[in-house]
Write a protein that binds this ligand. Structure first.
Ligand code: C2E
Ligand code: MG
Ligand code: MG
Length: 702
């Protein structure tokens, strides 16, 4: 700061001493005119403002008020108080440097007046306080952050005595600042995180670098909660730890999310059972344990019979609920040490970690089968369902999780195909599984590659002596295997979801062929097409039928659809509606394989079905089997009473035909009259008649 102006008593060398002080001072020193022009300035001031030397600055800054102050009002305020009080101390303002950069300065100044009190000039000193201002700013920021962050912050001194906590700390832990500030952190932290953790915390913090980890803490009310803790030691002047800052985050919701994610990744969301991956991992672990203990384990692979039909007929909501109920019942069948999971779709697996043999597994199997005995009640529905179970044993059938499961699957498939409730793996089944997989792959190309053809089998009336219809039966000529039976590939196509496209193709082809015969002048009253459950329940069936009829130009009464009882059993109301739509159009519907399902005749009366097609199994042992004979006779009589037409399928011998005719069933289909033949051969049958019929008619006429 500048003292009084040099008095006349000062000598020259004194003056040059002051000059040197002025030139070399660290603070900026200046003198200005009352109207704001520099009279003099030292190099330090020029440096602060970014000029090379005072001369440049003085030349450049001709109006300090206008050119220097970021806010010109600052200069006015400065001048006002200087004129009023003659001195100004620690006046802080922002000014522009030479490059228009902003500099914070602190100024001390005084007004120099003459004897009359008029201001001659101003003189003052200037300090660059930009650094301090920045520090203050960041302190303010830090203080704001300290109070507003979501994390609890505790600041302690080197003796771990709490200096400050923020509001988040109060909120999260329940401790008020006044309860903890000034007390050793450990006193309450012992209740919060336990002594061992505190020791560890300080040890880590003291051994350099910030440390962070997760642990459990307690709130003041003793509720435990998971935390993420970070501790930073802040070095003091003498480089030892001066302060500690502890950052505590409540990670309860984070943990909950993690748990949820982990659960979802390992469980099936519909049934909340373990998913396939988890079952495989648990099975692999169980195999390791069984191996170590020299034990045996069993895998049960099961699915819900006709689940697809149920899903197709009642919709996915019902299908989902059925799976949930199945899962609940399965859970009740197993012990907590057993592993149970859903593998996907309607497939479930149970791992029994210790079994003596098949017999022990059978106890569980019986329980599972029994669990399906009661109907499943879904909304208003009562659904009877059943399961097929395949069993494979470690180490007997396979020694790793993957093949053990696939062998249990093979056993299940075998059970299903043979109509058994369960079946144990044997090596022969492997071949069958491989075959099924191959078949499925090959089926995917068969339609596009034109490997399907239709065969036609006549339906005859032995009294009228002529062909009354034709059943279209699909034939698949596999490029390597040759002909594959539909009895073999239709179930595979159903399982693989390929049946819809195949059925559509059959419907189109059969109608087109019928139209060709009729165009050729051949008389064929109707053509029958078999429907699969998926097609029956497909909402577009009516439109598809309409379109096929329109394209081929056939009348609806020339088309007959063959459905099975099981298609209707799953959803009676829906089936009645679908059948009603078809029969209302004039299309005929016959009930295929009649007698193998479970409907009663009276019940059938509800369905708009025109014809019952008596299953081949009843015809097989005629006329010798008196029981089958009696059944057939009564079915035919009842059907007539209820106004159903009747046709018998699988008629192979004259004896069978005679017996049926005697009972009043004159419509028949079977090898006796013709095997299914290709369209061309069928055309010839239409022209020249069925040879076997000549005899049949004679027999009837006599
Ligand atoms: P289905 O509808 O009951 O067809 C009758 C089956 O009995 C046919 O077998 C036929 O060749 C056979 N058959 C006819 N007469 C006799 C006989 O006197 N004795 C014996 N032992 N068998 C006779 P196929 O053609 O092998 O068809 C088997 C099943 O495959 C059919 O049973 C039907 O359910 C299904 N199927 C056939 N073609 C199609 C189709 O185009 N679409 C659908 N969805 N299913 C079809
Ligand atoms: Mg049929
Ligand atoms: Mg049949």
């Amino acid at each position: 700061m500048i003292g009084s102006p040099p008095s006349p008593a000062l000598r020259d060398d004194d003056l040059s001493g002051y000059r040197s002080l002025f030139e070399n001072a660290v603070e900026g020193i200046y003198r200005t005119t009352p109207d704001g022009r520099y009279l003099d300035a030292n190099p330090a001031l020029a440096r602060i403002y970014g000029y090379d030397d005072p001369a440049e600055m003085i030349a450049g800054l001709t109006d300090i008020a206008r050119d220097l102050y970021v806010n010109p009002a600052d200069r006015d305020r400065f001048k006002e108080s200087l004129d009023r009080d003659s001195v100004v101390r620690n006046f802080e303002a922002r000014v522009h440097g030479k490059d228009r950069n902003v500099i914070w300065i602190s100024e001390n100044a005084r007004a120099v007046r003459n004897a009359e009190g008029r201001v001659l000039c101003y003189e003052g000193t200037v300090q660059d306080i930009s650094e301090r201002k920045r520090a203050e700013d960041s302190l303010r920021l830090a203080a704001a952050v300290f109070e507003t962050v979501g994390e609890a912050i505790v600041v302690t001194d080197s003796d771990h005595v709490v200096l400050a906590v923020n509001t988040a700390f109060e909120r999260i832990t329940g401790w008020a600042a006044v309860e903890v500030v000034g007390r050793p952190y450990d006193l309450f932290a012992v209740e919060m995180i336990g002594f061992a953790e505190i020791e560890e915390t300080w040890r880590r913090a003291a051994t350099g670098g910030p440390w962070s980890g997760e642990s459990w803490a307690r709130r003041k009310n003793a509720d435990p909660f998971p935390t993420a803790l970070a501790v930073t030691a802040i070095a003091g002047e003498d480089s030892g730890a001066d302060r500690y800052v502890l950052l505590l985050r409540d990670i309860t919701s984070h943990r909950r999310n993690e748990q949820r994610i982990r659960f979802h990744a390992s469980h099936d969301s519909l049934t909340r059972l373990a998913n396939r991956r988890t079952v495989m991992e648990a099975l692999a672990d169980a195999i390791i344990r069984a191996e170590r203990n020299g034990e045996r384990l069993a895998v049960l692979y099961m699915d819900v019979n006709r689940f697809k039909d149920i899903n197709d007929s009642f919709g996915h909501a019902v299908g989902d609920e059925l799976l949930r109920q199945v899962a609940r019942r399965l859970k009740a069948c197993v012990r907590s040490s057993d592993i149970i999971g859903r593998l996907g779709g309607d497939e479930f697996a149970v791992v029994l970690p210790t079994v003596a043999d098949h017999g022990t597994a059978k106890v569980c199997i019986d329980k599972v089968l029994y669990a399906f005995a009661e109907p499943f009640v879904i909304d208003e529905l009562e659904l009877f369902s059943s399961t097929s179970i395949g069993v494979a044993l470690y180490p007997d059938d396979a020694d790793n999780a993957e093949s053990l499961l696939s062998r249990a699957d093979a056993a299940m498939y075998h059970a299903k195909r043979n109509g058994h409730p369960f079946s144990c793996f044997d090596i022969d089944m492997n071949r069958q599984v491989a075959e099924r997989v191959n078949l499925e792959n090959d089926l995917r190309h068969a339609l596009a590659d034109g490997q399907f053809q239709l065969a036609y089998q006549p339906k005859v009336d032995v009294v009228l002596g002529g062909i009354i219809g034709a059943e279209a039966l699909i034939r698949w000529t596999h490029p390597e295997r040759g002909p594959v039976s539909p009895a073999l590939f239709i179930p595979v196509a159903e399982r693989a979801g390929l049946i819809g496209a195949i059925d559509d193709w059959v419907l189109e082809q059969a109608c087109a062929q019928m139209a060709r015969w009729r165009a050729a002048g051949l008389c064929l009253p109707s053509i029958s097409v078999n429907l699969s459950p998926a097609q029956f329940h497909d909402g577009r069936l009516k439109d598809k039928v309409k379109a096929a009829l329109a394209r081929s130009g056939l009348s609806p009464f020339m088309l007959e659809l063959e459905i099975t009882e099981t298609m209707m059993a799953s959803d009676v109301d829906r089936a009645i509606e679908i059948l009603g739509q078809l029969t209302a159009m004039g299309v005929k519907v016959s009930l295929d394989d009649f007698g193998t399902g479970y409907s009663s005749l009276a019940y059938l009366k509800l369905f708009p079905v025109t014809t019952l097609k008596i299953d081949r199994t009843f015809v097989d042992d005629l006329p010798d089997d008196t029981k089958d004979g009696a059944i057939i006779a009564s079915v035919i009589a009842l059907a007539a009473n209820l106004n159903f037409a009747v046709i018998a399928e699988g008629v192979e011998t004259q004896g069978q035909a005679d017996f049926l005719a005697e009972c009043g069933c004159t419509a028949m289909q079977g090898y006796l009259f013709s095997r299914p033949v290709d369209a061309e051969a069928f055309g010839r049958l239409l022209e020249s008649g069925v040879p076997a019929l000549a005899g049949a008619r004679q027999a009837c006429l006599v």
